[in-house]
Design a protein around this ligand. Structure first.
Ligand code: B12
Ligand code: SF4
Length: 595
């Protein structure tokens, strides 16, 4: 427990005792990141907007490290989380409530926005107040209201995106005393993304379909502070780092200048789009600044599926070439991949395996498409009566999804399992490593890193060793991996291959990532059975025309410029109409055949 307190209390005699409670679902917190634990950015961020004038005492309880039974006495408990944390948040509130019956509890974060969109806000009724939206401009007011006993509504909504030009450095007292517990640091650098993907709930948050950027100076000041605390790995949290390429370049220039001056060389990771391939200067500067891992939503190697979901930035290019181009600078792309689009058919599994190999990707862990509340995809599924009532039907879980797929359920499950079987084979994995090393080895673009990189095995293992669940997971990984002698053989072959490429600086970090990603997949998927999937597909008498419900276009009411809504509807509509036409032709032909 850590805190910040002072003397000028507005409560008689003392400050208002405020506890930030980070209570992620324990199973997922342990398994999703394999033991790497990330810091609760929301708490440090909000804390920096609470006046440090002594009226408020702030502490942080991260249930992954601290016990809710041993916190300080609490007047206000502030919670946050994502959809999958629902149960754990409810339990955390109840535990604290038993100890402090008079406390006021408030919950905010992505779970509130998402549940509200789904019409499920009642599921958070246990909290005294539910806050939807960005908290920076409101947090001080909220706490002042509580401190002075002024009434507050049950559901409080801030419909305006926070002006990131007013962002502050995160709360030092909380950060400095807790940073050592986490894997490096997470630094939020921007919000928003200008693209239009149908399944994405980022672009439909209020005013979030455009970039909102922190000032480059603030980012550098935060980096400097983190590095002085000993941090060497920083995740730049954002929706799309190159949503505004000019700002991205300013940040990179400032980072490079600071690194040269200070001598600090942190390894960096961020999220962005494949459009990066169009910006050679940015790619060069990103390498110079220390970026080695980039999360990019590739989603699919099928152009039809990309068009359906209006991921036009991926569909309108030679996707494989673009991925290779980005990786030729030495980046590792962590690819987001999805199965289950309406346009996907049984060929999508092999297409993905081939796409992964041809583009020389070292990563690739596909998810099944989920309809996140508030998205156009969710609306389309709702209008077509395709939503399912599942316990965790709000996204986040691997094999349980919340809408009925067009592809028959058995084909989807069999295809997924076929994908995993082939994907996990040593020979396939080795062919990917060969492709990557060959690409980077022959590349004229390659820019070596001046630093260790984001994936630091020593730091990761230290974290794992502190956590019993993560140690067990690591043991299971080793056992499952070595259960097949062929895996050991190909892992050694991979090591030899990498060792031979002595011209590539940092080559063992590529080997490390490759082995980590491959063994993750073995750990997660090798033993999955039919029973691990809770999926459904549309019934045999489903009318194919309902993939594009008549009201889908009319009912679009997103708070973004109409031309953008229309662009998404156009791409999705064109592809789905083509799908309907094709299916109807096939039906007509088979009808004739039967006759
Ligand atoms: C960084 C990040 C990660 C990182 C690190 C997470 C971490 N602990 O730092 C990693 C890569 C590990 C990660 C993983 C996952 N993530 Co993530 N991640 C993000 C990302 C890009 C930034 C989060 C962040 O720090 N934002 C900055 C903070 C300041 O914003 P914030 O938390 O929203 O808080 C603001 C408001 O919500 C509000 N607020 C928040 N809490 C409270 C509380 C109170 C009381 C009040 C008044 C206000 C308030 O005020 C804050 C300031 O404005 C977001 C997308 C985004 N741009 O937000 C996705 C996001 C949070 N992730 C998401 C998901 C789904 C996941 C995964 C489940 C993905 C997967 N399938 O594996 C995993 C699960 C993680 C786990 N359990 O361990 C979803 C959650 C959707 C949902 N509604 O459930 C998001 C929103 C992306 C998306 N739209 O799809 N993630
Ligand atoms: S590019 Fe990524 S963040 Fe942007 S709309 Fe598409 S999925 Fe969302």
């Amino acid at each position: 427990m850590v805190g910040q307190s002072g003397a000028n209390s507005i409560l008689p005699g003392r400050a208002l005792r405020c506890l930030f409670v980070h209570a992620p679902d324990p199973l997922y917190a342990n398994t999703q990141n394999y033991g790497a634990l990330f810091m609760p950015v929301w708490a440090y961020t909000l804390a920096s907007h609470v006046p440090a004038d002594g009226r408020f005492e702030l502490q942080l309880c991260d249930t992954r490290f601290d016990s809710l039974e041993q916190t300080m006495a609490v007047d206000v408990a502030l919670f946050s989380g994502i959809n999958q944390d629902h149960n754990s948040l409810i339990q955390a509130e109840a535990t604290l409530r038993r100890r402090f019956p008079n406390m006021v509890s408030i919950i905010g974060g992505p779970i509130c926005w998402s549940f509200n969109q789904a019409g499920d806000i009642d599921k958070l009724a246990a909290f005294d107040h539910i806050f939807i939206g960005d908290g920076e401009p409101e947090i001080a007011l909220l706490l002042e209201h509580i401190a002075t006993g002024r009434p507050l509504e049950k559901v409080i909504c801030n419909a305006k995106r926070f002006n990131m030009a007013e962002a502050r450095a995160v709360n030092r007292a909380l950060l400095d005393s807790t940073i050592d517990r986490y894997y490096g640091a997470v630094l939020e650098v921007s919000r928003g993304c200008p693209f239009l993907c149908e399944f994405c709930d980022i672009r439909i948050l209020p005013d979030n379909n455009r970039p909102h950027n922190k000032a480059a100076d603030l980012i550098v000041a935060e980096m400097d502070h983190l590095c002085r605390l000993g941090v060497r790995q920083v995740l730049f949290a954002c929706d799309n780092f190159i949503g505004d390429p000019r700002w991205a370049e300013q940040v990179l220039d400032a980072l490079i200048a600071w690194q040269q001056e200070s001598g600090f060389r942190p390894g960096l990771y961020t999220w962005l789009t494949i459009n990066l391939y169009r910006h050679p200067r940015l790619m060069e500067k990103m390498r110079q600044a220390g970026f080695d891992l980039l999360f990019i939503g590739i989603e699919s190697f099928s152009e039809n599926s990309l068009l359906e979901t209006a991921k036009v930035q991926n569909a309108s290019i030679e996707l494989i070439e673009a991925i290779r181009e980005v990786q030729s600078y030495g980046f590792i792309i962590v690819a987001g991949l999805i199965f289950g689009f309406d346009s996907d058919d049984e060929t999508c599994f092999d297409t993905t395996l081939n796409g992964l190999r041809d583009s020389a990707l070292l990563s690739g862990d596909p998810s099944l498409l989920t309809a996140l509340p508030g998205t156009p995809l969710y609306r389309r599924m709702m209008l077509a009566g395709r939503l399912r009532q599942v316990r965790y039907g709000l996204g986040g879980f691997k094999y349980q999804t919340n809408f009925k797929y067009l592809m028959p359920q058995d084909h989807l499950i069999d295809g997924y399992r076929h994908f995993i079987k082939r994907y996990n084979q040593g020979s396939y994995q080795y062919s990917r490593l060969v492709a990557y090393m060959d690409l980077v080895g022959k590349s004229k673009n390659f820019v070596p890193l001046n630093q260790g990189g984001y994936g630091e095995i020593g730091r990761f293992l230290t974290m794992v060793l502190r956590n019993r669940g993560a140690v067990l997971l690591m043991g299971r990984r080793a056992l499952k991996f070595s259960a097949r002698p062929a895996n050991i053989f190909y892992a050694l072959l991979g090591l030899l291959l990498v060792a031979r490429h002595y011209g590539i600086s940092g080559r063992f970090s590529y080997f490390q990532f490759w082995l980590f990603a491959w063994s993750n997949s073995i750990l997660k998927y090798q033993d999955i059975t039919q029973d691990d999937f809770d999926l459904e597909s549309v019934s045999a008498d489903f009318d194919i025309r309902d993939v594009m419900p008549v009201d889908y276009e009319k009912s679009a009411n997103e708070p973004i410029p109409a031309n953008k809504t229309n662009a998404q509807l156009r791409a999705t509509g064109q592809q789905l109409r083509a799908l309907i036409k094709r299916a109807s032709l096939i039906d007509a032909r088979s009808g004739q055949g039967k006759a």
